[in-house]
Design a protein around this ligand. Sequence first.
Ligand SMILES: [Zn+2]
Length: 198
Amino acid sequence: MEPLLAKNVGARKSLVKSKPAFLVDAMLGSVARKLRFFGLDTLYIADSPDDEIIGIGIEQNRVILTCDKDMYRRIMKAGAQGILLNGSDDLENIAQTFFSLGMMLGPYIDVGSRCCMCNGLLSEISHAEVKGKIPFSIVNWHTQFFECKKCNKLFWEGSHYLNLRALSKRIDSRIKERLEKNNSYATDSISQSIVKKP
Ligand SMILES: [Zn+2]
């Protein structure tokens, strides 16, 4: 499967240079939750007309992630920023996203900063504050707890945190492989053009 190129991110826009914000459309809910877990500002909109989604993307300077080719064409036509994803799993889709932006994921990760359910910001709360709100066994076995300021959901560093941190490393390895492959193509074409010179 060919990776998407950085030029696919908004034909008339420059590439995102700071921490990117995303808008994820239907079919990619699991990608949205993982991006939020990594601390990236990610809206998930599943049931709105395409024009409305594109309007929000432009207004809020968000990169729209979609796996719908027609939607992607509309995004490009409107001059919005978008990436067409065609990965078979979340790892591949997130790697495609960051590769298309010309970025690694690692530098932007801020675990424990954003709610994966509603995109609200998390704040750390004390051991004493979670007592009575979650099962005793969890309170006793963990040291760090977070609460979403928007939906009040509680989070703690469980095994899923370790799994997702490991996933982020695999995503970065895949992006790196792709960047290296791209660089070797670029080097090959430069050396070929040098050889061809009279
Ligand atoms: Zn929340």
